[in-house]
Design a protein around this ligand. Structure first.
Ligand code: FES
Length: 616
């Protein structure tokens, strides 16, 4: 049987596909998670792909139904219906990929010339003798300044404590890492300098280990924020921390321990040592930022909601208990307001550039959702408490995006088609699946505009407390141990979450005198935002009804912004400039907020104007 080499982009994975094997089957065989809700029958359209190079079998009836003639001309196909007839290249849109793969491409590539704050210098020292017994530190500074025309006069005390034995073991030649006139670390020459970028979220901490000389990301991982046991949202963390200084310190130590573990895991993956990390940048919401830095948080939650500091700050990492190179600093990007932190600054840093001429909404969906409207160089920002429902909290069968979570779902003729992470038996439903379920229930008429569930639907049943729609019945599929449902109460929680997000967007538009149609681009950042089906988010009225091509899902842009600031001192300056030009709007102070919020809680495609809803 003939075989062909197929490259699957943007994953950069390739494999040989047999002529009698569909591109879907081939992708699955080589470990690429393309969504296939109907199991390859050609009727769910979840396996959309574009043939970028090469040829394939003639489009089938299902494909002709799925695409316009123009799209077919452009190479759009269904992977389950296409069989290769030559070597080729296939493009997979993010919406066709399961979570496992999408995590690998999470966040944009960092494209900036390295211009790190810490510079490595090769230093060759003369050997001490009875006639030249000057101190090791003085010998090093003299050689460093002389050989590189510097005027350093300070060595970090932690770095100094390692200097004497190291110099002798390296035969009087070393790498001195210098930051703003201070020697903060040493290493053998040659040796690489590493940096750590951290996005400290309320529920998740993402870490990126970066080679500071090349700017390349060597390893990336995410872990849960251990503070979650002391409150799932910002307000409960703040109230826990304000009970006593010991409790605030406890929260701080938990995160420090988690970051140390993350750094050590990342270094193990990249075959490096934590002592090679000479610089770090951290972004997070203002409460996470303050708790880590040991700053008071009480005033964040009390009107008029004031941060202790908003400009960027640098702290010795060792001062916080972070175990990097002894003299390494942690740079915290500037905050915008009490509820819009450095993580949003990082999103803006990663997504805006000088050519940004389009009226853009940048939105980072999380427990707290931050929204900015960028128009003619002006930025207006707000934040809304969207809560953790889209992370699976407070949802009866909600769970985080892990093996066995339903991540894509469709309802056709009252039959539920779904796909789980890793194709494992369904055990719950994660954020993207929850949003799909809500939209599909609405589109199928099971939920009304107000969110009320149709009790006459055959899949709707009454539980002890509420009506519930059975997504997966107990005996419906092999391996499923218990039913997975969406309850009426879940729908109410989700209505509040999505109304908060839509209200945030609406308030910014109205503050600038604009309607939805003015928006030329919507950038959706954040892990959850990258996986959602935008069409479904529009169907429930969470996002404005705009053409789909105006939406861009950019992954963890906060992490990307943190990496940019890590490898480029100009980007740190740019972050400060962005923040100083932002106008912040406090949502709750906006006249008509309650009316807009109430209208935004309805399901369906609509426009909002002055607290009134109009279907589109
Ligand atoms: S249409 Fe291809 S898997 Fe459903």
């Amino acid at each position: 049987m003939e075989t062909y080499k197929i490259n699957f982009e943007p994953l950069g994975l390739s494999g040989r596909c047999r002529a009698d094997e569909s591109l879907l089957a081939c992708a699955h065989r080589i470990g690429i998670g393309i969504i296939s809700l109907c199991g390859g029958k050609g009727n769910c359209q979840s396996c959309r792909m574009q043939l970028l190079e090469g040829t394939a079998s003639k489009p089938t009836a299902s494909e002709l139904k799925a695409y316009s003639r123009q799209e077919i001309k452009e190479g759009w196909r269904l992977a389950c219906q296409s069989y290769p007839t030559s070597d080729g290249k296939v493009g997979l849109p993010p919406t066709s990929l399961t979570t496992t793969q999408r995590v690998q491409t999470e966040g944009q590539e960092v494209t900036v010339s390295p211009e790190p704050v810490v510079t490595p210098y090769q230093v060759k020292l003369s050997t001490p003798s009875l006639t030249d017994a000057q101190a090791d530190a003085a010998r090093l500074l003299k050689a460093l300044n002389h050989q590189h025309r510097l005027s350093c006069d300070n060595i970090d005390i932690g770095a100094l404590s390692q200097l004497s034995p190291k110099l002798r073991s390296w035969n009087w030649q070393c790498r001195a890492s210098v930051r703003e006139g201070e020697v903060i670390a040493f290493g053998p020459w040659p040796s690489r300098q590493l940096g750590l970028a951290v996005d400290l979220g309320t529920s998740k901490i993402s870490g990126y280990l970066v080679d500071l000389d090349s700017g390349q990301t060597l390893a990336a991982q995410g872990v849960s924020n251990p503070q979650i046991s002391y409150g799932e949202d910002i307000i409960s963390r703040i109230s826990y921390a304000t009970k006593s200084a010991a409790k605030a310190t406890q929260l701080q130590k938990l995160v420090v321990k988690a970051i140390n573990q993350l750094a050590s895991d990342l270094c193990a993956e990249a075959k490096a040592k934590v002592g090679d990390i000479v610089d770090a940048v951290l972004v997070g919401n203002t409460a996470m930022h303050h708790l880590l830095a040991g700053l008071p948080v009480k005033q964040l939650a009390l009107a008029p909601f004031v941060p202790a500091v908003s400009r960027a700050i640098d702290i010795k990492a060792s001062h916080l208990g972070l175990k990097f190179a002894p003299g390494a600093y942690l740079h915290l990007l500037p905050n915008i307001a009490a509820f819009v932190g450095a993580d949003h600054t990082a999103v803006l840093l990663a997504t805006l550039n000088d050519e940004n001429k389009e009226t853009t909404i940048a939105i980072d969906i999380g427990t707290n959702t931050e929204v900015s409207l960028i128009d003619k160089g002006k930025i207006t920002t707000t934040s809304c408490a969207s809560g953790p429902a889209f992370e699976g909290w407070h949802i009866k069968d909600g769970m985080r995006a892990a093996s066995g979570a339903i991540e894509r779902l469709r309802i056709v003729d009252n039959k539920v088609q779904y796909q789980t992470i890793d194709d494992a038996p369904a055990i719950g439903i994660c954020g993207s699946g929850i949003l799909d379920a809500m939209a599909q229930l609405y589109l199928a008429g099971v939920l009304g505009e107000g969110g009320k569930m149709d009790e006459k639907n055959p899949r709707v049943r009454a539980s002890d407390k509420h009506l519930e729609f059975v997504l997966v019945g107990e005996k419906e599929k092999k391996g499923v141990r218990r039913a997975i449902v969406i309850t009426q109460q879940d729908v109410r929680e989700l209505q509040l979450a999505k109304a908060a997000i839509r209200t945030g967007i609406q308030v910014l538009l109205e503050a600038n005198g604009y309607g939805d149609e003015k928006i030329q681009k919507v950038i959706i950042a954040g892990a959850f935002g990258s996986y959602i089906d935008v069409a479904n988010a529009i169907a429930i009225g969470m996002l404005p009804a705009l053409p789909l091509e105006r939406f861009q899902q950019v992954g963890n842009a906060a992490g990307t912004g943190a990496r940019l600031a890590l490898i480029s001192r100009s980007k740190r300056a740019a972050a400060q400039k962005i923040v100083s030009g932002i106008k912040y709007i406090e949502l709750a102070n906006v006249p008509g907020f309650n009316q807009t919020f109430m209208q935004a809680s309805y399901l369906g495609r609509f426009r909002l104007k002055e607290g009134k809803r109009k279907g589109v």
